[in-house]
Design a protein around this ligand. Structure first.
Ligand code: SF4
Ligand code: SF4
Length: 125
């Protein structure tokens, strides 16, 4: 038995316990964007005890007006630079951006459940 988290508007649920045996699949793999906004940058840079500008230089790439967290080579693909490659989890978990907090409940997956199912072992219909 598992306690599935349900969210209005989504026809699937998510078992957060699955993350314990997953090894962080949503933080690794193909390269992608990990969007982070200004208020998240301020909070995370405080946590890391550096200035927001230093944080941007070190950890972010800018695309137009938006920032995305840098990635590093990992196995055959990439990993978010905040992915702990030894512990296989997020090293800034409490300060991760909204995009990560709301996964796997993204509007995109409402119509692409099969794709989500291949990535995330925690989702169930
Ligand atoms: S892919 Fe799913 S099960 Fe795996 S760490 Fe991410 S949210 Fe958890
Ligand atoms: S910030 Fe954390 S949860 Fe988000 S992609 Fe990076 S390692 Fe994963």
């Amino acid at each position: 038995m598992c306690d599935l988290i349900k969210k209005s508007g989504f026809d699937y649920g998510f078992d957060p316990k699955a993350c314990e045996r997953c090894a962080g699949k949503c933080c690794i793999g193909d390269s992608g964007y990990i969007w982070i906004d200004e208020s998240e940058i301020v909070n995370l840079s405080k946590f890391l005890k550096i200035s927001p500008d230093a944080f941007k230089d070190r950890y972010l790439d800018k695309f137009g007006l938006r920032y995305s967290i840098k990635e590093l080579k990992f196995k055959d693909g990439y990993a978010c630079c905040f992915f702990d490659q030894k512990a296989l989890n997020c090293s800034i978990y409490d300060y991760r951006p909204k995009q990560c907090m709301t996964f796997p409940f993204w509007d995109y997956f409402k119509h692409n459940f099969k794709e989500l199912e291949r990535e995330c072992i925690g989702v169930k219909r």
